[in-house]
Design a protein around this ligand. Structure first.
Ligand SMILES: Cc1ncc(COP(=O)(O)O)c(C=O)c1O
Length: 454
């Protein structure tokens, strides 16, 4: 009997919380879509969020699911009271929802983690000691750094999807005997470009290698299907999937994970403990030591359900905004956009650019202070890739990243393009001070202190 059937409430008279129903509109609504932000000239404007690639706003339906769960919030797998039974049931249902969201195979595990970084570090601890890991230098640091340096082969950033496949094939041909793991991002967090995951997985399989997909940037924007892509693990983050409640997941094959030392030694990960022995359990619980983040898991599952339901509308919304943004920026002199594979590459809604004569920090500060636009500037935790992309632009050590999503509107795109045009042609409207801690208007009337909200 499954845990779900054991825990199903016995009668229809059992009190049930109000369950959030998903909005059926074209794209799911986000919390804070009416946020007003102050400008340096004293006006306020609605916030134009172009920082989804860092952390996406919460979905209204996710917030509703969390609110529905809170009245009966209790321990998971640790109590027989009604509330514990319901909460445990939600936790396991969340696992099933995430499993379905990535098209996992029946015997794949879903392990709840904190985020993608945590998920990839967990897998890195489970990689067999004689395994070779192959990874592109273009990866986010979370996918680049967890692997043992002496057994990791780093490949230079490819210049086309075909070259990515060839580079992996060449590296696998030269790899020593033994287990191999290819780590590949689904979509670049710097340029949004989509990597040829299925082709790389095919080559990997032909060489007996396994594949781990970093889906942090892909999953919020495009379907990820483990079985179709033929990858072995997928890592993702709830906070990039419109579920900012501290949960992510590692989904995939159980053998390496069940053979590995538990990620956290403690309660929940054990099968039996005596005064001098411990037998660790297998399955997801092995690596979920301690009380789990059930609210995070529920939020993540709720987001997965909403995104799956609205997948086509989300993709259409983002494709049209991205096309408008790229076309707008392409017409501005003095703006350079950066790409790994070239202009025609398929990509999610992320654009990386610089403005001649202005530092990226100044551009992002002016976009915020003068236009109410939130972007990110820097090297985006992908230092080798940004170094590679900017190698032809010695003036710039960092870039600006605009990443759109469900919190972005057409007006936001037009505002961003107009703002970048004004900055590129006339510069900022006010004086800025720039130092190691950042950049802000020299005479900034905005109150940027966050009031205490508890
Ligand atoms: C492609 C990619 N992988 C991994 C990560 C790490 O995600 P997190 O910070 O949620 O662990 C990020 C974060 O930006 C990312 O963009």
């Amino acid at each position: 009997m499954s845990i779900l059937s054991i825990l199903e409430p016995a009668s229809t008279t059992t009190p049930r919380p109000a369950i959030a129903r998903l909005a059926t509109g074209s794209i799911p609504a986000t919390v804070g879509s009416d946020l007003l932000v102050p400008l340096a000239d004293g006006r306020v404007t609605d916030y134009a969020n172009f920082d989804h690639g860092a952390s996406a706003p919460c979905l209204e339906s996710v917030r509703a699911s969390v609110e529905a769960a809170l009245p009966s919030y209790a321990s998971v797998h640790r109590g027989n009271g009604y509330a514990s039974r319901i909460t445990t049931q939600w936790y396991e249902r969340a696992r099933a929802e995430v499993h379905a969201f990535v098209g996992a195979r029946a015997d794949d595990q879903v392990i709840f983690t904190r985020q993608t970084t945590d998920a990839l570090n967990l897998l890195a601890r489970a990689v067999p000691v004689d395994a070779t890991v192959i990874v592109f230098e273009s990866e986010h640091h979370a996918a680049l750094l967890p692997w043992p340096a002496e057994r990791t082969v780093r490949l230079a950033a490819p210049s086309s999807p075909a070259e990515a496949v060839t580079r992996v094939a060449d590296a696998l041909r030269q790899a020593p005997e033994g287990p191999r793991l290819v780590v590949i991002t689904g979509a670049s967090n710097v340029t949004g470009e989509i990597f040829p995951i299925a082709d790389i997985a095919k080559v990997a399989k032909a060489h007996g290698a396994r594949v781990c997909l970093d889906a942090a940037q892909l999953a919020p924007h495009r379907p990820v299907d483990i079985a179709t892509l033929d990858v072995d693990w997928v890592a993702l983050s709830g906070h990039k999937l419109y579920a900012p409640y501290g949960a992510g997941a590692l989904i995939g094959r159980s053998d390496w994970l069940d053979a590995a030392d538990p990620y956290l030694h403690g309660g929940g990960a054990t099968h039996a403990v005596t005064s001098d022995t411990v037998v660790w359990t297998t399955g997801p619980a092995r690596h979920e030591g301690g009380s789990p983040n059930v609210i995070g898991a529920i939020a993540l599952a709720s987001a997965c359900a909403a995104i799956s339901k609205h997948r086509d509308a989300i993709e259409q919304h983002e494709r049209s905004l991205l096309a408008r943004l790229r076309a707008g920026l392409a017409q501005i002199d003095n703006v350079t956009t950066y790409s790994i594979f070239g202009e025609d590459a398929d990509r999610v809604g992320t654009v990386c650019f610089t403005v001649a004569g202005l530092t990226s920090t100044l551009v992002s500060a002016a976009l915020s202070a003068e236009y109410g636009i939130g972007v990110r500037d820097g090297k985006f935790c992908a230092h080798p890739l940004v170094g590679h992309l900017l190698s032809g632009s010695p003036e710039h050590g960092t870039a600006v990243r605009a990443s759109l999503g469900l919190g972005t509107t057409r007006e936001h795109v037009d505002r961003l393009v107009d703002a970048v045009r004004t900055l590129a042609t006339s510069g900022p409207r006010t004086e800025y001070t720039e130092n190691a801690h950042g950049c802000q208007p020299a005479d900034d009337p905005r109150d940027l202190q966050a009031p205490r909200i508890w």
